[in-house]
Design a protein around this ligand. Structure first.
Ligand SMILES: NC(=O)c1ccc[n+]([C@@H]2O[C@H](COP(=O)([O-])OP(=O)(O)OC[C@H]3O[C@@H](n4cnc5c(N)ncnc54)[C@H](O)[C@@H]3O)[C@@H](O)[C@H]2O)c1
Length: 266
């Protein structure tokens, strides 16, 4: 695939991985739409890359529709839609697995899953009519493993992976290409001191993550793993679940050691 003159929308394009993706696509001469809840920042990024800035909250279906219609009005039909926005709030007091508030669970569901559904609902029929298109959904390493200290993130990112699988199974014959991206840690606002999403040793820059994602799209990959080691971690998990759970308990204990306030047992 060649990105030249392709119309590409990136949600959450004002910061982090989304911003780097917008910059890479623009360098490849695509027509880029930076969609973000922070409209001023989206416009700022768009102006530096010669793209279009659009505001909106991805967890609101009418905002996704509006972003699609605005893109079509200004630039024409969408070739690639990257559902990149994701949110993580961490578990509630004491890091008990069900302690996050209902509001955190609902927001995690709305942003990490339903935003992908709304984009596909709006775009798949249009892409079928045009003979094809691409949907790129940013999930997480937590979709394959589990994010210690954030049950809502883990559950919703897993659901995002299942939804992408459903899209790929259902619409391959409609020439709709689906990719799902599962990064481990990337240096962005999300990982800045975030409880439960602190970086560890293998933190990647947003720029390197964007490069890996773009290469994955060019290679027509369904599952894009910017961190190659995730493949091994996932195989180990599914080959011996009990051993994996024991290892994860050990990791959690180490994290609690560093943040004693996070342990409900103390
Ligand atoms: N950073 C990591 O370590 C990491 C690891 C695995 C997966 N991911 C995933 O990668 C994606 C991008 O993460 P990031 O680290 O670049 O995030 P980020 O927090 O740096 O940027 C997210 C962007 O989304 C925008 N946004 C937030 N809520 C929105 C909403 N409701 N509607 C529209 N825009 C909204 C923000 O304004 C921001 O510009 C997410 O899906 C995240 O879950 C990140």
């Amino acid at each position: 695939m060649n990105f030249k003159n392709k119309v590409i929308v990136v949600t959450g394009g004002a910061n982090g991985i989304g911003r780097s993706l917008c910059e890479h696509f623009a360098r490849a001469k695509a027509k880029v739409v930076v969609m973000d809840i922070e409209l001023d920042r989206a416009r700022e990024v768009a102006s530096t890359i010669g793209g279009l800035g659009v505001g909106g909250d991805v967890s609101v279906e009418s905002d996704i529709k509006h972003a699609v219609l605005e893109t079509e009005r200004v630039l024409g039909p969408i070739d690639i839609f990257v559902s990149n926005v994701g949110v993580a709030f961490g578990d509630g007091p004491g890091w008990m697995a069900a302690s996050a508030s209902n509001e955190s669970w609902e927001l995690s569901w709305g942003v990490n899953v339903m935003a992908h559904v709304y984009a596909a609902r709006e775009l798949v029929p249009k892409m079928i009519r045009r003979g094809g298109g691409s949907l790129v959904n940013i999930a997480s390493g937590a979709s394959l493993l589990c994010q210690i200290g954030d049950a809502a993130y883990s559950a919703t990112k897993s659901a995002a992976l299942r939804f992408a699988e459903s899209l790929a199974i259902t619409h391959a014959d409609d020439n709709i290409k689906v990719s799902v991206v599962c990064p481990l840690y990337v240096s962005t606002r999300m990982t800045e001191g975030g409880r439960g999403v602190s970086g560890g040793d293998n933190v990647m820059s947003a720029d390197s993550a964007a490069e890996a994602i773009i290469q994955g799209i060019l290679d027509n990959k369904f599952l894009i793993l910017p961190h190659k080691e995730l493949d091994t971690y996932t195989q180990r998990k599914y080959s011996d679940y009990d051993r994996w759970l024991k290892g994860m308990r050990g990791l959690r204990a180490e994290m609690v050691e560093q943040n004693p306030d996070c342990d409900y047992q103390r």
